[in-house]
Design a protein around this ligand. Sequence first.
Ligand code: KIV
Ligand code: NA
Length: 275
Amino acid sequence: TSAITIPRLQQWARDGRRLVMTTAYDAVTARLADPVVDMLLVGDSVGNVCLGFDNTLPVSMAMMNHHLEAVARTRPRALVVADMPYLSYHLSLDDTLCNAGGFLQRGAAAVKLEGGSKRVETIRALVECEIPVMGHLGLTPQSVHAMGGFKVQGRDVHDAVQILEDAHRLQEAGCFALVLEGIPTELAARITRTLSIPTIGIGAGPHCSGQVLVLHDIVGLTQGRRPKFVRTYVDGFDLLQQALKHWAEDVRRGAFPSAAESYALPADAHAAVSA
Ligand code: KIV
Ligand code: NA
């Protein structure tokens, strides 16, 4: 179990300490991020970030379990949140509880799922079974086809009011925190002000209780266009590829490995080998 608990995170948010969450998909990213952040999200973004899919829809429970287990083996101190993938909480309550409970058995402390009012019954059932739930509102990537693309949500009055109402319904249903993704700053601020649970923003402006970004975006390992809410702190792709190029060059010119990087035979065995 992690050193950082849900009650502690909620207390930090009430104290005005901003919460920090990033993604971890395997032992390497978990070890990188764990000492730095408060929450590790095993996100279904693993589908597009690591597995080469165009969106998160093809990500399965089997894939999520595989990645969660790798993260959990590092015994993080940060709170581990596992993302429920598409169709893992849409079919039946039994199925949903099995999937979410399986995440907890694999080392997650909470699950995250996308959607507003229509998820209230599901969330209540999960909370009833001691499964903490993080909600996710606004630009919900599993709704890509319903939204007609990855578009900012809540830009007109009707949609904004709907998202605000959904936020309150999710809090009432028992969510311990909400991710607010791709919504206007003022709407996220209003939601954060009027809720008692923390909000974690991504593309939702600076007035949330905390922020989340995909780790590979922060360190410049994702290729192609990145949304404007991403801040990249290092060109990790170029940096790592330069290192690889130096090694390949050394191999090609015979400069790798050196004697120090090789194993020597004891002098008395030389004759046998060189004969
Ligand atoms: O899957 C993910 O990485 C997410 C965050 C960006 C909130 O859901
Ligand atoms: Na996600």
